[in-house]
Write a protein that binds this ligand. Structure first.
Ligand SMILES: NC(=O)c1ccc[n+]([C@@H]2O[C@H](COP(=O)([O-])OP(=O)(O)OC[C@H]3O[C@@H](n4cnc5c(N)ncnc54)[C@H](O)[C@@H]3O)[C@@H](O)[C@H]2O)c1
Length: 423
């Protein structure tokens, strides 16, 4: 597949606006030990793929990113405006993880750099850990195992419970919350949930209209909310006080959502009988860095280092999923499930010539583009436009090769952010 790339605002110094690239010229840089399936997939498409194990700081990244078209990162490489300014060839960034807070999305969007992530690849991993923890807390497994390692034989049923027939309260009924709901019901739990959006209740789960209602009836409360700013401090002393005595609390969502000092207080008083926490307001940056938390040293508290979604299955799925999104964007202009670009997925048709134009979302842009194509007798065979906030994106298929004069005129439109000719 041949790819002619033209850019306007971010054209590399000294390069031509119609610089030709074929698959073998597409350069990919994958950082942070991304699953090898991702690199293999992209190499299989003929791309030049460089992989590095660790994250890169800003200056190192600026050096490494020169000439790179597709960049893959995980959660510890920060993509700042300065990095984006130094990367004029960059078409897309793949966040081989769930979160995209490490990327300056506004700056990427302004430059027409598409960002993709893997929102669903580790859903099942989180759900399975939550189920394991609910049973472990109810049976006090962690505490008993810790005693045994210390040489203490404490054979007692006191404080150990089955989960069958108990009520699980899920806060945040999104991808993870709703899948947990289905599996928890299969284990004999009654499920109630609270979500700020209207969500379809799965199975026999019941929707609570307020958080208070959920807290009053749940034996186990588990948080699966997203990281919107309003969720900082979502679950504090007040909410914990409203939980049933001797209930359990899980947080595998966002560290900022739970007040850990308040949780310690309620665990020490015994009002909350146990907790499992996977995410923390402040997490160590690197492997081996010290971990500080109010929750250290408490009985029947399972602490895990943000590994809810960390399974080999999830990593493999993320590797394949994000790599295929990068490929689809580079080769066909597909943006479905992009974090920042308007979503379009025009079927790939290699018998046609395709133009991908990222533009400022202003009235009349489509008419201008089509007028310009018409003036040059370029016949449009298929077209799809989508807008999102300040950005518009249009894919146009035409039968005949598009002349350099047309490309130059399209690239020169005041609204054009980025223009590519694909195939
Ligand atoms: N521990 C891990 O390793 C790990 C792995 C994957 C995801 N996560 C986290 O798990 C969380 C859930 O992931 P998801 O894929 O299900 O997200 P999602 O976006 O599909 O679902 C989040 C749900 O929470 C709801 N919500 C947001 N704020 C709320 C509030 N204040 N009260 C009630 N409902 C609220 C939303 O409406 C949405 O339905 C995210 O924060 C994600 O970052 C953690």
């Amino acid at each position: 597949m041949m790819m002619t790339m033209t850019t306007t605002d971010h054209l590399p110094e000294g390069s031509s606006p119609t610089e030709l690239l074929d698959d073998g010229d597409v350069r990919v840089l994958l950082l942070e030990n991304i699953h090898t399936d991702g690199a293999e997939f992209l190499r299989g498409k003929g791309y030049q793929v460089e992989t590095r194990d660790g994250a890169l700081g800003e200056d190192e990244l600026i050096e490494a990113i020169q000439g790179v078209h597709l960049l893959g990162i995980r959660s510890t490489t920060y993509i700042t405006e300065k990095v984006l300014d130094a990367a004029p060839n960059l078409l897309a960034i793949g966040a081989f993880c769930i979160g995209t807070n490490q990327i300056d999305l506004a700056a990427a969007t302004q430059r027409g750099v598409a960002v993709f992530n893997a929102p669903y690849s580790n859903t099942r991993s989180v759900v399975e850990l939550a189920i394991a923890e609910i049973i472990s807390l109810a049976r006090r497994l962690h505490e008993k195992s810790t005693d045994m390692h210390a040489g203490v034989w404490n054979k007692s049923a006191a404080g150990s419970h089955e989960i069958r027939g108990r009520t699980l309260g899920i806060i945040g009924y999104g991808n993870i919350g709703s899948q947990l709901s289905v599996i928890a019901e299969a284990l004999g739990l009654s499920v109630v949930f609270y979500d700020i959006d209207d969500k379809l209740a799965l199975g026999n789960a019941k929707r609570c209209s307020t958080l208070e209602e959920l807290l009053a009836i749940s034996d186990v409360v588990t948080l699966h909310v997203d990281g919107r700013p309003g969720n900082a401090g979502l679950f504090g002393d007040d909410e914990m006080s409203q939980m049933k005595p001797r209930s359990l609390l899980l947080n595998l969502s966002r560290g900022i959502a739970v007040d850990t000092a308040a949780l310690r207080k309620h665990l020490e008083s015994g009002h909350i009988a146990g907790a499992a926490v996977d995410v923390f307001p402040i997490e160590p940056k690197r492997q081996g860095d010290a971990f500080e938390s109010d929750l250290r040293g408490l009985k029947n508290v399972i602490l895990t280092p943000h590994v809810g979604g960390s399974t080999e299955e999830a990593q493999q799925d993320i590797g394949r999923f994000v790599a295929s999104k990068l490929r689809s964007y580079a080769a066909f202009g597909g943006t479905s499930l992009s974090v920042n670009m308007p979503g379009i997925n025009l079927p790939a048709d290699t018998s046609k010539h395709r133009l991908a134009l990222v533009h400022r979302n202003a009235p009349g842009v489509l008419a201008t583009i089509n007028g310009l194509l018409g003036d040059h007798a370029v016949n449009i065979e298929a077209q799809s436009l989508s807008t999102r906030g300040a950005l518009g994106y249009v894919l146009t298929d035409v039968a005949d090769e598009i002349g350099a004069d047309v490309l130059t005129e399209l690239a020169a439109l005041p609204e054009t952010v980025r223009l590519r000719q694909l195939s």
